[in-house]
Design a protein around this ligand. Structure first.
Ligand SMILES: [Zn+2]
Length: 280
């Protein structure tokens, strides 16, 4: 069985999402297909002696929006039967480092109910380590630069599109996941689907706006190989018959301005955004 076939079950209340949750979900996703049981209203009340701040629907939606879980439902009302977990039949139960009581309960009931899953415990988020995507956000220009964010043309729930400030041709756009990851395989299935859906819309709108007859679509991975921003982005270049550099695919000759690639002023880029937005 490879990882993607493994059923990974997680439990959580998710009463508001923070960086620690995202880090936990990212670790779970690496182990396989993620099934989330979000604490029911009743069980929150029993365990915490008070209601959650967010409603169950809000909590389910927040987790869903991360795109990091494959299946998500509310957990059991009665905590002692493990009814929903029995239906899921997980290969792995993945616990947060702080879910100690849950771990004790699972270990205790494992024998009694004859459960076959393995229990794995995640790492805590170490703010000094920069490998986690959420932490890259602090230094990533796509995530922090206001000028770039103002350039947003459109978005869906998990991805967005904007013009690069060093375009090779007019209408040179970048389609990006909202989550700050460097490589394609770090994306969840939902994020990949969202990325391709937005890519499709982007092509349509570039045909309308710039009369594109074809496209060059590319992305670079690895700083040695041209990835200057460690936040995955797909370049979409509208092309037309007669453009330079196309026949032998020589991107260096795509330049529509003489000389080397240069930054285009924000004012000029905002015109491109307005033009394209008319055709959404
Ligand atoms: Zn980023």
């Amino acid at each position: 069985m490879n990882n993607s076939e493994k059923k990974v079950l997680i439990f959580g209340t998710f009463d508001g999402l923070h960086a620690g949750h995202i880090f936990f979900l990212e670790q779970a996703k690496k182990l396989g297909e993620v099934h989330a049981l979000v604490a029911s209203k009743e069980s929150v009340k029993v365990r915490k002696q008070k209601n959650s701040t967010h409603t169950l629907d809000q909590r389910l939606n927040m987790v869903k929006e991360t795109g990091l879980v494959d299946y998500i439902i509310a957990g059991d009302k009665n905590l002692h039967g493990w009814e929903k977990m029995k239906k899921i039949e997980p290969d792995i139960v993945f616990l947060g480092y702080d879910q100690k009581e849950l771990k004790t309960a699972l270990l205790k009931d494992k024998k009694e109910f004859n459960f076959n899953f393995k229990i794995k415990v995640g790492k805590a988020l170490d703010p000094k380590k920069l490998h986690s995507s959420i932490l890259n956000k602090n230094s990533c220009v796509f995530c922090t630069n206001k000028d770039i964010q103002k350039r947003k043309i459109t978005e869906n729930s998990l991805t967005w599109v904007f013009p690069t400030n060093i375009p090779i041709v007019p209408g040179h756009l970048l389609v990006c996941p909202k989550r700050c990851v460097a490589t394609f395989e770090e994306l969840s299935k939902k994020e990949k689907d969202a990325l391709f859906a937005l890519l499709e819309n982007t092509k349509t709108v570039l045909k309308k706006t710039f009369g594109a007859e074809g496209f060059n679509i590319a992305w670079n991975e690895g700083s040695l190989f041209g990835q200057s921003v460690p936040h995955l982005h797909i370049h979409v270049l509208p092309r037309k018959n007669g453009d330079a550099g196309i026949i032998k695919y020589d991107p260096r000759k795509f330049l529509y301005r003489p000389g080397s690639r240069e930054e285009t002023p924000e004012k000029e880029l905002s015109v491109v955004v307005k033009l394209i937005k008319k055709n959404l």
